[in-house]
Design a protein around this ligand. Structure first.
Ligand SMILES: C[S@@+](CC[C@H](N)C(=O)[O-])C[C@H]1O[C@@H](n2cnc3c(N)ncnc32)[C@H](O)[C@@H]1O
Length: 470
């Protein structure tokens, strides 16, 4: 009995005002000096909260009753909002999204970085706030996710789905009617492939039983107008695939790269599988300032291409290149930044873990007649060595764009030892960037901070920090 009342006491917090938006798309509220993280609310909402997790220093809760709705709220435009994991900030106006993204960067740099900061350059918003992505990946499933309303209606629903994973559920897919993330003909192609598969009784994949045929669909729409479609199926049925490919080629003659993969593995990744080009070229091109980037089926390219251009221009501006510099581009991916800055400096050394990305990087230099780049594949902490520095020289400028985990401690130590004049640190994770900046502050001061929004309607934020040798 005592336990029950104690539990009840912790269970519901009444009339709590939500304060701000923080990392991972959650909002923050406070209760008795304890921080509470809540999803699906907006700063200014007054809500009753049910605690779903209680830790020493924070709690997680869900809103169970709304007393007041925030003035910052706007009407979400997508019918899948609230269920789909994609654009979780749609209920907040874009200016407010930008405000909280910038604040997140500032809070992290102040709290974790603990360094003195210059005045921030205002966050660079994305001109397009919808249809800004150039790549989407959809999954087929024979167990579509049903919303509460659908279940309560007692109606029978088609359980075949082609869409996105429900957050945290590997086995449940939300059937997407219209997605606002990628421009036409992305929606049309997805709907057509779905319709064709249904009409021809091609079974949608069962992830639990590992059976079915249709597995996955990738659509890439490049800013050159080139268009790649990759269909992934579970087993090799040549006649069936040929008919599907012919249908797609005839319905969408604008597809310039039509490909398929037979994937009988337990998961959808296909980096280790053959991708068969059925029609057109096995790659497409993105373009920036006349530089063309070849993007193959396994290549990484920034998904918001317009905003990537803004990000790279800022990166180059902060690098302050005069034509004489030796630049190291760490975590270079397909060498996009390396090739983008190559014409403004003496030489660029690009380093990246994934060998196929390094192959792309070299091709991207070749096809653009860029001859002052050298690329290395391998783990950064091994490749960025004394030997490499002896071979190429001490860099004047280092551009670094690590993954979410930030830089390995050994890489930071090496940078402190190599001691370039400037480090331009591009990051998609303000928390790990702030940690690395603190380490680097031993020999560097932060002289510019430029947040950039690459992903409107989501909590993600990109940030560039310029570190100048003290
Ligand atoms: C945020 S992406 C940067 C992409 C690139 N700068 C661009 O703008 O397209 C981070 C890159 O770091 C690479 N990477 C991750 N861990 C690595 C490591 N330990 N050593 C080298 N590269 C790594 C990833 O493969 C990925 O290409």
């Amino acid at each position: 009995m005592r336990n029950k009342s104690k539990k009840k006491h912790f269970d519901i917090l009444e009339q709590v005002r939500i304060e701000e938006m923080v990392a991972e798309g959650k909002c923050l509220a406070r209760h008795n000096n304890m921080v509470v993280f809540v999803a699906g609310v907006a700063p200014g909402d007054v809500v009753d909260l049910r605690i779903i997790r209680k830790k020493k220093s924070f709690m997680e809760a869900e809103a169970v009753h709304f007393h007041e709705l925030s003035e910052l709220r706007v009407q979400p435009f997508c019918e899948h909002f609230g269920t789909c994991g994609g654009c979780k900030w749609q209920h907040i106006g874009y200016d407010t999204q930008l405000y909280f993204k910038q604040k997140q960067v500032k809070d992290n740099l102040e709290r974790i970085g603990k360094v003195s900061l210059p005045e921030f350059d205002p966050i660079l918003g994305s001109e397009k706030t919808r249809y800004y992505r150039n790549k989407l990946e959809y999954t087929f499933s024979n167990t579509s996710w049903l919303t509460k309303e659908q279940i309560q209606s007692g109606q029978e629903y088609d359980r075949d789905a082609l869409g996105f994973h429900i957050p945290g559920r590997f086995d449940k897919i939300l059937d997407i009617k219209h997605c606002y993330l990628q421009p036409d003909p992305s929606n049309a192609i997805r709907l057509e492939v779905r319709k064709y598969a249904k009409e021809h009784n091609l079974p949608f994949f069962d992830i639990v039983k590992q059976e079915g045929y249709m597995r996955n669909l990738i659509i890439r729409t490049a800013n050159t107008g080139e268009l790649m479609v990759i269909v992934q199926v579970y087993e090799d049925r040549p006649g069936v695939m040929q008919a599907l490919m012919e249908h797609l080629a005839a319905t969408f003659p604008e597809i310039t790269s039509l490909q398929y993969v037979v994937n009988s593995k337990g998961n959808e990744t296909y980096h280790d599988l053959e991708v068969v080009c059925y029609k057109g070229l096995p790659y497409i091109h993105e373009e920036m300032e006349g530089i063309r980037f070849r993007v193959g089926p396994k290549s990484f390219y920034q998904t918001n291409a317009d905003q990537a251009y803004e990000l790279y221009k800022k990166t180059r501006e902060l690098a302050n290149l005069t034509g004489n510099e030796l630049v190291y581009d760490l975590y270079t991916g397909a060498g996009t930044i390396a090739n983008f800055v190559a014409r403004q400096c003496r030489e660029v050394i690009g380093i990246e873990y994934v060998p196929s990305a390094i192959e792309d990087a070299k091709i991207n230099s070749q096809i653009n007649d860029i001859t002052n780049t050298t690329f290395y594949a391998g783990d950064m902490k091994d490749i960025l060595s004394d030997e490499l520095v002896a071979r190429h020289g001490r860099p004047d400028v280092v551009i670094t764009d690590p993954p979410r985990a930030g830089m390995h401690e050994d890489v930071v130590k090496k940078l402190l030892q190599v001691h370039p004049n400037r480090i331009v640190y591009v990051s998609c994770n303000p928390a790990t960037q702030a940690r690395d900046v603190e380490w680097l502050s031993e020999k560097y001061e932060v002289t510019r901070v430029q947040p950039v929004d690459m992903f409107p309607q989501t909590h993600h934020v990109e940030n560039i920090v310029l570190l100048t040798a003290k």
